[in-house]
Design a protein around this ligand. Structure first.
Ligand code: AMP
Ligand code: MG
Length: 403
């Protein structure tokens, strides 16, 4: 059976980023820059003061000097400091020509029109040099950068008000199951509410996609095929449930009926062994839809999305790195498992001096929702190992954080 990393590799190999669109800067928050951006001008644009204080010629100090003027933030950088004088200066104000040093106000004895400096200052102190932050023509951000507040700030400071990002993929969620009713409906005594529709929509949005709930289909081939056909416009199609070997699991057959080219059906992973991935050439267009058949069990669905679908969405969104980086965590307790499948267990993380400690959450059954609450990471247990000792370090996939 396919290993999870092989499955991720096969998925990513089928994907190229979505077409780009230009967007106002702030609307690009959390998305990936598509074209590297270079500086348009240097910053700071002129030498300016890092402190409220006095602009001086260092060689003229110590001593008492007349105050010949005041430089406030926003005044022209054209001023000149007359020999034998000092000028009052504010943080961010341009340093007048001739001055080579700023003395902090706290170290100056201020008279009515004079200032007394008791010490010789260090030449060049408290001056921010033109271009010391950003030099002209330097690269501000490479393509593929994730645009957080700091990245948006550097672009804003350079007057870059619009940038190219990938169009957000539109992702349809189709839930399958005779037992399911939508949120808002009252289940009969044979029914449950489809929680996966909500989990998956939230995960899609969190990954940067546009989630559309395509509703619930009953467990018949005909209804499944009809629904899948109606969803050809979406960039990605997720089905939930019906992908296993039960008598009423029609998703695989429905995919084949509508011409999905299946890449794989199963991955050696727990939870989430039945996991389908394929591509569908949309007739009459040059578009290819990505199709994921996720297992119906709530925890399997959540975990499968994180491991397999999220990287696909991130690659569609043009991120330089599609997968979240693994972290190493220390196990707080022993763990035993069978060989054959990589296990991903939901865990909480606690910081410690030797790095994060993972405490496995209770109620790990693939059908259970309880351990999906307050989960910080998925701890990854190697397929071929059976015993993991408390205190040992293992890789984990963080579920929170910026990337
Ligand atoms: P399936 O993969 O269709 O065999 O479903 C496996 C289990 O997950 C069954 O107990 C289903 O009732 C449950 N299940 C399937 N779809 C959903 C859903 N959308 N929301 C919550 N539970 C579901
Ligand atoms: Mg089902």
């Amino acid at each position: 059976m396919l290993k999870p990393d092989e499955a991720i590799g096969r998925i990513l190999a089928q994907i190229s980023p979505m077409p780009t669109e230009r967007t106002p800067l702030l609307a690009a928050q959390g998305r990936a820059l598509q074209v590297a951006q270079n500086a348009r001008f240097e910053l700071p644009p002129w030498d300016n003061s890092a402190m409220d204080g006095y602009a001086v010629r260092a060689s003229e100090l110590p001593g008492t000097l007349p105050v010949s003027g005041i430089m406030a933030a926003g005044v022209s950088p054209d001023a000149e400091l007359a020999v034998g004088t000092c000028m009052k200066i504010m943080t961010g104000a341009p340093v007048p020509r001739g001055a080579d040093t700023v003395v902090m106000r706290e170290n100056v004895e201020e008279g009515t029109s004079v200032a007394t400096f008791s010490e010789a200052p260090i030449l060049g102190r408290h001056i921010r040099r033109a271009g010391e932050d950003i030099s002209a023509d330097s690269e501000l951000l490479p393509a593929g950068s994730r645009l957080g507040p700091g990245e948006l700030a550097i672009l804003a400071a350079q007057g870059i008000a619009e940038i190219p990002v990938c169009r957000r993929p539109r992702v349809a969620i189709l839930s399958t199951g005779d037992e399911l009713v939508p949120l808002g409906a009252t289940p009969s005594d044979a029914q449950i509410i489809s929680s996966n529709s909500t989990t998956l929509a939230a995960q899609i949005r969190e990954a940067g996609g546009i989630a559309v709930d395509a509703g619930i289909v009953p467990d018949t081939l005909q209804a499944t095929v009809r629904a899948l056909r109606s969803l050809a416009d979406y960039d990605v199609l997720l089905t939930s449930g019906g992908v296993s070997v039960g008598d009423f699991d029609y998703v695989k057959e429905a995919y084949e009926t509508i011409g999905v080219s299946m890449d794989f059906w199963k991955v050696a992973v727990k939870p989430g062994k039945p996991l389908a991935f394929g591509t569908r050439a949309i007739p009459g267009s040059d578009r290819t839809q990505l199709v994921f058949g996720l297992p119906g069990n709530p925890a399997s669905s959540l975990v499968s999305f994180e491991i397999f679908v999220r990287p696909a969405l991130r690659k569609l969104l043009g991120f330089a790195s599609a997968t979240r980086p693994r972290i190493m965590v220390t196990l707080s307790e022993d763990f035993e498992k069978a060989t054959g499948r990589t296990n991903f267990l939901r865990a909480k993380l606690t910081p410690s001096e030797t790095g994060p400690v993972a405490t496995l959450l209770r109620k790990q059954g693939s059908g259970m929702l309880r351990s999906m609450v307050s989960v910080d990471c998925l701890v990854q247990f190697d397929a071929d190992t059976t015993h993991f000792a408390a205190g040992s370090k293992v890789p984990a996939l963080p579920l929170r954080g910026a990337w």
